[in-house]
Design a protein around this ligand. Structure first.
Ligand SMILES: [Zn+2]
Length: 367
């Protein structure tokens, strides 16, 4: 909630003019950021029952030099926090003196969900990530989505939306993207994760609606809700830097190669292993682990440990997502498993054995 309606605070970031000031300002309905300036904006998106303004924080870094306009969004699901820190660090801690283009950074898109630490918009329990591109005069969720989409996201050339698994589960660090769109595929590869999930996404999803509208957008999945996981945040920062290198935002940086990469598409290549009995779960394979066909993934036991159900991998694959909260009803998901080809299995094993770099030095042609 913001006492200062639509407050904008501008910071001059560049004190030295190097020439080539060919960049355009970033303009939205209520403001403008000139080349060489950074603006911190509390952008009104809704109002509380008391009529107080609900505002989303937005930082716009407008470089002196022309280049793409890139958005970074997080906490579209209000309790998914890892991305919040990624976006804040890029916006506030990176040196943007040499940035080519404009960065539009929204660390907390779902402000109401964030303050209540819930995935969905509170009260109506609406999923903001099914409300894009939104519509004025519609539901609360669609009005919020509409303003953010119209004023900021649709003005960009590409974007990255950061998520985590839902509460009680954790996700391996990976990208989700519509890989039959060449521009989206370029962005997905540039981010440099081991695993890319090739999915269209659901209707109303931020990445799908923007990609369909010609703004290539990927989702980054990383870890679990309600946490800052430093190692994953660092991986994601390296991914953002790699994207900035690919698109010339930071032309002197390098696009990274993650050591091995696999793209998984369709339900033939992946499955959710579900519990067939209620109970207490011991997980034998953590997120990102390679498990062999027939290997134990989880064991479900009754309170006395007198009965147990062993859940085995139906095929050799990578654990993309897995239970963290170790209790299940029948039908609850235990593990999200994606199959991998033999050459990728070998690459994973040699990377783990230290024979190959985990992130950067092997040329992309090795893919
Ligand atoms: Zn999410």
């Amino acid at each position: 909630m913001c006492p200062h309606r639509g407050e904008t605070q501008k910071v001059q970031i560049h004190t030295v003019v190097r020439g080539g000031m060919d960049a355009d300002p970033f303009v939205w309905d209520d403001g403008e950021v000139a080349p060489g300036e950074t603006a911190h904006v509390r952008f009104p998106v809704s109002e509380t029952y008391l009529g107080d303004t609900v505002a989303a924080p937005v930082t716009i870094v407008c470089g002196e030099r022309s280049g793409p306009t890139v958005f970074l969004t997080a906490a579209v699901h209000g309790d998914e926090l890892n991305g919040v820190e990624v976006v804040r660090e890029v916006a506030q801690e990176w040196d943007h003196d040499a940035v080519h283009g404009t960065l539009v950074c929204l660390p907390v898109v779902n402000t109401l969900g964030f303050v209540t630490q819930q995935r969905y918009l509170p009260v109506q329990d609406r999923d903001l990530n099914r409300a894009f591109p939104g519509r004025s005069g519609s539901t609360s969720a669609k009005r919020i989505a509409h303003q953010i989409y119209e004023q900021f996201l649709s003005q960009c050339d590409l974007g990255i939306d950061f998520h985590t698994s839902t509460r009680g589960r954790t996700n391996m660090f990976h990208v989700r993207a519509e890989m039959d769109d060449d521009e989206v595929a370029r962005l997905a590869r540039a981010f440099g994760t081991n695993l890319i999930m090739d999915t269209d996404g659901s209707e109303g999803m931020l990445r799908r609606e923007l990609s369909d509208a010609g703004v290539p957008t990927i989702t980054v999945e990383m870890g679990e809700a309600h946490r800052f996981e430093r190692e994953l945040i660092d991986h994601a920062l390296a991914g953002v830097e790699s994207v900035f290198a690919e698109y010339g935002v930071y032309p002197d940086r390098e696009v990274r190669w993650p050591g091995w990469r696999t793209t998984v598409s369709g339900w033939d290549d992946k499955t959710w292993l579900r519990a067939d009995s209620g109970g207490i779960v011991e997980v034998h394979a953590g997120r990102g682990a390679l498990v062999r066909e027939g290997e134990r993934v989880c064991t479900i036991t009754n309170p006395f440990k007198t009965e147990k159900t062993v859940v085995e991998a139906p095929f050799t694959g990578v654990v993309v997502g897995v239970l963290e909260n170790p209790v299940v009803y029948p039908g609850n998901p235990l593990c999200h498993l994606a199959s991998v080809e033999r050459d990728v299995q070998q690459a994973i094993e040699s990377a783990r054995a230290g024979d190959a770099p985990g992130g950067g030095d092997v040329p992309a042609a090795a893919e």
